[in-house]
Design a protein around this ligand. Structure first.
Ligand code: C5P
Length: 209
């Protein structure tokens, strides 16, 4: 079984994807970490994020063993990831890795922005996870506080709104639900309730017609 999950930053899709992977016994890929890792490698190499060749080189040379680096989770790397994600050749190189993951015989759950629309249009189930910008900013603010990052709520709200705008309005692979995606709004749901709702949507979609 192949599940595609898309949605904006801090919609809850990352946590949900991990829980669903465990529930259905599927391998899980967070594709945002690929774009974050490319951005990190450009920064570490001392190159400019506006240098397309440097970003493409970083994508082609990406070491997927480094995706659990906690340094990838900062708001700065998130903003930088949205910059390199606009470059077609960066997306192409990362799509190859994502397609290889999607073809695992045991199935997979892959989350990102363009999984249902571009990377895995053939997925058995496509979920699009939404939440209001206010709720998403509150969640991300709490997470960052707990991780010891000193940043204000207003700053986080502005960053999330700007990153969504960049992701939704870019020319290549913009963030949007696939036509046949199932929508899940987690604004008023705790993580357990969102998990139950996701399972219900997926199990119903998989029922034989
Ligand atoms: O999901 P996460 O916040 O880690 O993603 C970081 C950035 O990577 C996003 O804001 C987006 O610009 C980019 N991204 C993308 N396509 C994906 C996953 C992430 O463009 N499939």
């Amino acid at each position: 079984m192949l599940i595609a999950m898309d949605g904006p930053a801090a919609s809850g899709k990352g946590t949900l994807a991990k829980m669903l992977a465990e529930h259905y016994g599927l391998a899980h890929l967070d594709t945002g970490s690929l774009y974050r890792a490319v951005a990190r490698d450009v920064i570490v190499a001392g190159d400019s994020l506006d240098d397309e060749n440097a970003a493409v080189h970083a994508a082609q040379a990406l070491d997927t063993g480094t995706l659990n680096d906690p340094g990838l989770r900062t708001p700065e790397v998130g903003q930088a990831a949205a910059k390199v994600a606009k470059i077609g050749a960066v997306r192409e190189a990362l799509h190859r890795l994502q397609r290889a993951f999607a073809s695992k015989p045991e199935g997979a759950i892959i989350e990102g922005r363009d999984i249902g629309t571009v990377v895995c249009p053939e997925a058995d189930v496509k979920l699009f996870v939404e939440a209001s910008t206010r709720v998403r900013a509150e969640r991300r603010y709490k997470e960052l506080l707990e991780a010891g990052h000193g940043i204000s709520y207003d700053e986080i709200h502005a960053q999330i709104a700007a990153r969504d705008e960049a992701d939704r309005s870019r020319k290549i692979s913009p963030l949007k639900p696939a036509q046949d995606a199932l929508l899940l709004d987690t604004s008023d749901l705790g993580i357990e309730a969102a998990f139950e709702a996701a399972i219900k949507l997926i199990d119903t979609a998989l029922l034989p017609r």
